[in-house]
Design a protein around this ligand. Structure first.
Ligand code: PLP
Length: 395
């Protein structure tokens, strides 16, 4: 009998959709050859980092000084936070300093630090369906409860539903824009209205409700869409971001948390996050990567590659009669399955050697998620398979 914690066994079962598809993909690739399988299951950026990344890395390694690989302040090197603060100040239209930022091991590490710092047992974190499934585990790690609120037909925020779901237990409202899995970008007016709603509710309840934006996809946008600033919505705003997608460096585990410079309890929040970084065992974000990203604030991975893939995918889906809301950013499509049972539709797609993830893996059955971190030729090659799967679903 396994000694693995019961909760972990349950988690392993409930989080298994992406993993299942990944394993199925590996099996099919071994059986049929990698070029015969159309794997849209994994959101692992395949676009190379900007050329400047390797130049900067080489220079950093050449110019090493004693102690550069040592521990530093748990929040990260001050000069690195200062460099990011300068860029964020322009992007967010408020003035950041190094003291408002904390370097993290990716957005995932940052969210864990944040939840550790803010959540008391039973506090609620509001998320919006469909959502990045790992949120559930991160919130559970720190004794919180997830409160799921539906979005509208276009996957935009439903402010009435949010208002109705707020309670004295609400500690954090967590948005993700551009969104995984829908590609939606929340408009500025909605962010402003949401900020007002949370500030008013906090006053009414005598609590503080933090508006947290998980935004590692901020720089991957299509059709000239812009991701509006978060910090003008409320002073209780926090950004969790990373260079996983922006610089295509997900394996290097580097990101940051940015706290509103005028947040009333900013000192306590940043202090708690700094301590959380240490006691969660991260200690600090990787030193070499911190120094690298400080010098890469003016570049990002080439999102025009994702834009071309989006066009190719829309052509394939249109040709198969599959309906979807056109994503504004990130690198996912979240089309509606032609039958209620999204798992069954994924099975019909797998018969055509197409791998997708059922929407229920994101808290939204009846849809499928397609990641376009693959070559355009793979997307174009899947066209007939999508048509055949649709025909099979309609039988
Ligand atoms: N948040 C969302 C919405 C994601 O899709 C991901 C990764 O796919 C993460 C956070 C984690 O990103 P990171 O690699 O920066 O930890």
């Amino acid at each position: 009998m396994s000694g693995v914690a019961k909760k972990m066994q349950t988690f392993a079962e409930s989080s298994s959709w992406i993993r299942k598809m990944f394993e199925e993909g590996a099996r099919m690739k071994a059986e049929f050859g990698a070029d015969k399988v159309f794997d849209f299951s994994i959101g692992n950026p395949d676009v190379p980092p900007p050329a400047k990344f390797s130049t900067v890395l080489r220079e950093l390694v050449e110019q090493e000084e004693p102690g550069v690989h040592g521990y530093m302040a748990n929040a990260g090197f001050p000069f690195v936070r200062e460099a990011i603060a300068t860029r964020l100040s322009a992007e967010q239209q408020v003035s950041f300093t190094a003291n408002d930022l904390l370097m993290t091991c990716g957005a995932a590490g940052g969210l864990n630090v944040l939840f550790k710092a803010l959540l008391d047992p039973g506090d609620e974190v509001m998320v919006f369906a469909p959502y990045f499934v790992e949120y559930r585990f991160y919130v559970d790690n720190h004794g919180g409860e997830v409160k799921v609120v539906a979005t509208d037909a276009d996957f935009n925020l439903d402010l009435k539903a949010i208002e109705a779901a707020l309670s004295p237990k609400t500690k954090i409202v967590l948005i993700n824009s551009p969104n995984n899995p829908t590609g939606q970008i929340y408009p500025a007016a909605d962010l402003q209205a949401l900020g007002r709603l949370l500030d008013e509710a906090g006053k009414r309840f005598g609590t503080t409700i933090y508006l947290v934006s998980d935004e590692p996809y901020r720089n991957i946008v299509f059709d000239n869409h812009v991701v509006p600033p978060l910090m003008t919505a409320t002073t209780n705003a926090i950004i969790a971001s990373s260079y996983s997608k922006e610089l295509s460096l997900p394996g290097e585990r580097i990101g940051y948390l940015a706290v509103h410079p005028q947040m009333a309890d900013k000192g306590q929040v940043v202090g708690a996050m700094t301590l959380a970084t240490r006691i969660l065992g991260f200690v600090n974000a990787p030193a070499l990567m911190q120094r690298a990203v400080a010098r890469l604030q003016d570049v990002s991975a080439d999102s025009s590659i994702y834009a071309r893939r989006l066009e190719a995918f829309c052509t394939v889906l249109d040709g198969a009669g599959i309906s979807y809301v056109r994503p504004k950013g990130a690198f996912y499509l979240f089309p509606q399955a032609p039958i209620d049972d999204d798992v069954e539709f994924c099975r019909l797609l797998a018969e055509q050697k197409i791998l997708a993830v059922p929407g229920r893996g994101f808290g939204m059955p009846g849809y499928i998620r397609l990641a376009f971190c693959v070559d355009e030729r793979v997307i174009a090659g899947s066209a007939e398979g999508f048509k055949r799967a649709m025909a099979a679903a309609r039988k």
